[in-house]
Design a protein around this ligand. Structure first.
Ligand code: SF4
Length: 92
């Protein structure tokens, strides 16, 4: 095999590596984007979710709440007037 042929092989190998890196980056970005858009995966039961507020704490003033009826950490339909153990007050 000539030196020229070796250089061609290296170039082809490098090109394949670059394609693999790009495909991986796109897949990762897509998965991360989907994660941001999706609601949470914890069950209501596991965080003792209730459809009523706890004192003045409620989903609508929780940092995890996604209007109109979702939550970043809890799965399912979430009432703005609900509450759970994962409540985090929105910062002012
Ligand atoms: S109180 Fe619980 S269910 Fe409601 S938005 Fe916050 S984390 Fe989600």
């Amino acid at each position: 095999m000539s030196e020229k042929d070796k250089n061609k092989m290296i170039t082809r190998r490098d090109a394949l590596k670059n394609i693999a890196v790009v495909v991986g980056a796109v897949a990762t970005t897509t998965m991360m984007g989907a994660g941001v858009a999706d609601a949470g995966t914890m069950t209501k039961t596991s965080v003792q979710y209730q459809d009523t507020p706890k004192g003045k704490d409620r989903c609508s003033v929780c940092a995890n709440f996604i209007a109109p009826h979702s939550c970043k950490v809890v799965a399912g339909n979430i009432s703005p007037n609900g509450w759970c153990m994962a409540f985090v007050p929105k910062s002012a």
